[in-house]
Design a protein around this ligand. Structure first.
Ligand SMILES: [Zn+2]
Ligand SMILES: [Zn+2]
Length: 247
């Protein structure tokens, strides 16, 4: 039996009516992590070593700020993270400045573009690294492990899995990658048969719903029923991106 801290949320997500069960799991994992980093953990020295080093991505700094919790804690985390950035990027930026040429024929530096590019890469790497994203990725990987285990060991869960309507595209990719990594050929054949049938069915329905949404703008359809199309646009965008802010 797999670890209960992962199996229980997986069961709950598959019993929920979420359009993508993995989005449901990710949303809960993210909420816990945001609360964690805004809580007493912020003051712990070993946690601060990691926030100083990795920091958060654009989305997660924004969510930490918009939660309006623990402004002092967030300020302290930002201060020591920026301190780390100043030491690290300060030197890299200084080194990226090419020497001025000493005359028409002297002091030509063939590698100055590469050094500026390297500085840009270093800045990007710091801006893109995120403790919350890393921990979500780890947790989602455990969830996928549990999903596969349950699919092959618990007939009841397999029914729940089969009853879903597929996944958002980023999570579909995660499941496919997980299957390629973890399943033998027979297992992959069983799981992918279910997964691909439900995903294709849902995408085809979504295409019809979005099309009908556009056709409703034709005056000849003004009085026709909306069918399933009223919320077709946010549903489609969620399905394509996993974006949760449209709810
Ligand atoms: Zn998803
Ligand atoms: Zn992030």
């Amino acid at each position: 039996m797999k670890d209960k801290i992962y199996t229980i949320p997986v069961h709950d997500a598959y019993l929920s009516d979420a359009a993508c069960p993995l989005c449901e799991l990710e949303k809960a994992a993210e909420k816990n992590l945001l609360e964690y980093y805004l809580g007493p953990a912020m003051m712990e020295p070993d946690i601060r070593v990691t926030t100083n080093d990795k920091g958060f991505c654009r989305d997660h700094w924004k969510r930490l700020y918009l939660s309006e919790e623990n402004r002092l804690g967030l300020g302290l985390v930002l201060h020591t993270h920026i301190d780390d950035l100043c030491k690290n990027l300060g030197t890299i930026l200084d080194k990226s400045v090419p020497d001025k040429r000493k005359g028409m024929f002297n002091g030509k530096d063939k590698s100055y573009r590469q050094r500026i590019e390297k500085a840009a890469e270093a800045v990007e790497a710091r801006a893109g690294s995120c403790l919350i994203c890393d921990r979500i990725a780890y947790t989602m990987d455990r969830y996928i492990e549990v999903i596969f285990y349950q699919f092959f060991h618990e007939p009841e869960f397999r029914q729940h899995f089969a009853a879903k309507n597929g996944y958002c595209l980023p999570h579909l990719a995660d499941l496919l990658r997980g299957a390629a990594k973890r399943l033998d050929q027979d297992e992959a054949a069983q799981l992918l048969a279910v997964l691909t049938a439900q995903q294709n069915g849902t995408m085809n329905k979504l295409r019809e719903d979005v099309e009908w949404f556009t056709l409703k703008f034709d005056y000849r359809n003004a009085k026709a029923d909306w069918k399933n199309s009223k919320d077709a646009l946010p549903r489609a965008i969620q399905r394509l991106t996993g974006c949760r802010d449209l709810e």
